[in-house]
Write a protein that binds this ligand. Structure first.
Ligand SMILES: O=c1ccn([C@@H]2O[C@H](COP(=O)(O)O)[C@@H](O)[C@H]2O)c(=O)[nH]1
Length: 233
């Protein structure tokens, strides 16, 4: 199912609750490092208790044993989606998946490929990656699928290639979404919500174009309508 995930990149609980208060229905939100490190695990439980779905975006990247432990702790928070960096490798990803085995309520586990704030020039000149950006994303996504995870974070620009190679069921979660009138900021591989729909993204992740809007709820509805197109909203 397609959905819009709102990135709650806020400083504290008060800002989050004021923001969510404007929404008239349960939404899918993302809790990232800024909010999680300010408020701790209780913020995830509190948002869940309000009826919203939560993608806990902590992007684990460490040795396999440490990531396995982190996934164990995070899975106890009842988040709907967790993630890690595919660059941590197959052993790390398989260990993380193993940790979720046998749980009654399992979050989706996905992996970040190449951050949407990165372009090919930086990938080559700073990280000395020899593959093209698209090939690097595909290579990391293939490893992610082989390791048993359900999907990846990438730019919507890469979705058609990934779907063709890895199948329609392999989920693509795509940040770097900018409506026509929005500034890109630090995002490099950007697309509009309508382009993300055309390219086949499963979920779009949208932060500032909603959180910094004069009317965040109206901005959310507009972006959602553009992304969901004819689908039932
Ligand atoms: O490759 C990635 C991975 C994660 N993100 C996160 O998505 C949101 C995007 O926020 P905007 O304000 O819409 O730029 C943010 O929380 C990032 O941590 C990403 O942008 N790219």
């Amino acid at each position: 199912m397609k959905d819009v995930i709102i990135a709650l990149d806020f400083r504290n609980r008060e800002e989050v609750l004021t923001f969510l208060d404007r929404f008239q229905e349960p939404v899918y939100v993302k809790v990232g490092k800024e909010l999680f490190y300010a408020e701790g695990p209780s913020i995830v439980r509190e948002i869940k208790a309000l009826g919203h779905k939560v993608f806990l975006d902590l992007k684990f990247h460490d040795i396999p044993n440490t990531v396995q432990g982190a996934v164990r702790s995070a899975a106890g928070l009842d988040a709907d989606m967790l993630n890690l960096h595919a660059m941590g490798g197959g052993e790390m990803m398989r260990g993380a998946m193993k940790e979720l085995e046998g749980r009654e309520k399992k979050p989706l586990l996905i992996a970040v490929t190449v951050l949407t704030s990165m372009d090919e020039k930086t990938l080559k000149s700073e990280l000395h990656v020899s593959l093209s950006l698209e090939e690097e994303v595909l290579s990391l996504a293939s490893l992610t699928k082989k390791s048993g995870l359900q999907g990846v974070v990438c730019s919507a620009l890469e979705v058609p290639k990934l779907k063709k190679a890895l199948g329609e069921d392999f989920l693509t979660i795509t940040p770097g979404i900018r409506p026509k009138e929005s500034a890109s900021g630090d995002q490099k591989r950007v697309v509009t919500p309508a382009m993300a729909r055309e390219l086949g993204s499963d979920y779009i992740v949208v932060g500032r174009p909603i959180t910094k809007a004069e009317n965040p709820y109206a901005a959310y509805l507009k972006i959602r309508a553009e992304f969901m197109g004819g689908e039932r909203i």
